[in-house]
Design a protein around this ligand. Structure first.
Ligand code: UDP
Length: 335
């Protein structure tokens, strides 16, 4: 795995909640490679024990409950990934999201405060903005989430701001746009898959017959919705930089995306090129709550964190996801 472009900082002792999940496991792996000491806390409700990177200590359990005892040992910071993150489910079962995301995060903040844990990096989301008035979206855009998932993440961001100010916590929220790609043996494998790239790749592996294009009547060039796909290692590296740039009593908020949008049809086409599979596609109804265009303005992260995404090419992002998908299938179904 490449380590040459990794941000360097002094070694820290860190808790990574949700470190057995997609983004959390990649981030934990990059933190370890940068020389940090990592304890992963994950209840394995959606994560996978075999996704915890070698060299990390693993504690299975609820993020807040576990942190309450763990943080007494003295940690330099928490990276909080553990969350419920399915938009559709968040509308059908909001309680699961208010409890699982907001209450858990509040209890985690209380544990940090009780034990004097100085730093927090939080996984926030573009879903906090809702239907945007501008593209690309800056951090100053209005936050009007259109789904419960986004509302819970925004509520946590508000809580973090007040805790940071009142209790001197150095906090950074990173608002992810569309995370994609893989890093070595760490990639996206959700039991309930809703994301475009893994779904399209499931057609290439034969797990699905076709992909549905949710809406072809958007006001975009080819009529399909546009998203900003960011490589998961670029995203992970922003977390390492966030740890370094966090300042006591401040809550910094940054959007993370490449700043380039790709339509659903462009993504499917890139997957066809990478896999060599024809990938049949059928046009279906729009998915409720899907905005036409979501593209990040990440100038703040570039300027203040010194962050620069390195793997911005869509075909390269898809190729990494495809390699992961094939490796994972080979491991799951040995010949
Ligand atoms: N999408 C699609 N077919 C699918 C899954 C997703 O057309 O089977 C579209 C979806 O409507 C959105 C884009 O692909 O416009 C990205 O969706 P995804 O769920 O990956 O991420 P989101 O932008 O919702 O976070």
């Amino acid at each position: 795995m490449p380590t040459d472009t990794m941000p360097q900082s002094k070694p820290m002792k860190l808790v990574v909640t949700g470190g057995a999940g997609y983004v959390g496991s990649v981030c934990a792996a990059r933190l370890l490679e940068a020389g940090h000491e990592v304890t992963v806390v994950d209840d394995l409700s959606t994560g996978h024990a075999d996704a915890v990177p070698d060299g990390a200590r693993f504690v299975e359990g609820d993020a807040a409950e576990t942190a309450r005892t763990l943080l007494a040992d003295g940690f330099d910071g928490v990276l909080h990934f553990a969350a419920k993150s399915l938009v559709g489910e968040s509308m059908q079962d909001p309680g699961k999201y208010w409890h699982g995301n907001v209450l858990t995060s509040l209890r985690l903040l209380d544990a940090m405060r009780a034990h004097g844990t100085p730093r927090l990096v939080f996984s926030s989301t573009a879903a906090t903005y809702g239907e945007p008035e501008t593209a690309p979206i800056p951090e100053s855009a209005a936050t009007r989430p259109t789904n419960t998932y986004g509302a819970t993440k925004l509520a946590i961001d508000h809580a973090i701001s007040t805790y940071a100010r009142a209790h001197g916590i150095a906090a950074v929220s990173l608002r992810y746009f569309n995370v994609a790609g893989a890093y070595g043996r760490f990639g996206e494998r959700h039991t309930t898959e809703t994301h475009l790239i893994p779904i399209v790749l499931q057609v290439a592996t034969g797990e699905r017959d076709q992909v549905q294009i949710f809406g072809e009547d958007y006001p975009t060039e080819d009529g399909t919705a546009i998203r900003d796909y960011i490589h998961v290692t670029d995203l992970a590296d922003a977390h390492l930089l966030a740890l370094e740039h966090a300042r006591a009593g401040e809550h910094q908020i940054y959007n993370l995306g490449n700043g380039t949008g790709f339509s659903v049809r462009q993504v499917i086409e890139a997957c066809r090129e990478v896999t060599g599979h024809p990938i049949p596609a059928a046009v279906a109804q729009r998915r409720a709550g899907d905005p036409a265009v979501l593209v990040a303005a990440s100038d703040q992260a570039r300027q203040r964190l010194g962050w620069k995404p390195e793997r911005t090419d869509l075909a390269g992002i898809v190729a990494d996801a495809w390699r992961f998908t094939q490796d994972h299938r080979a491991a799951a179904h040995p010949a």
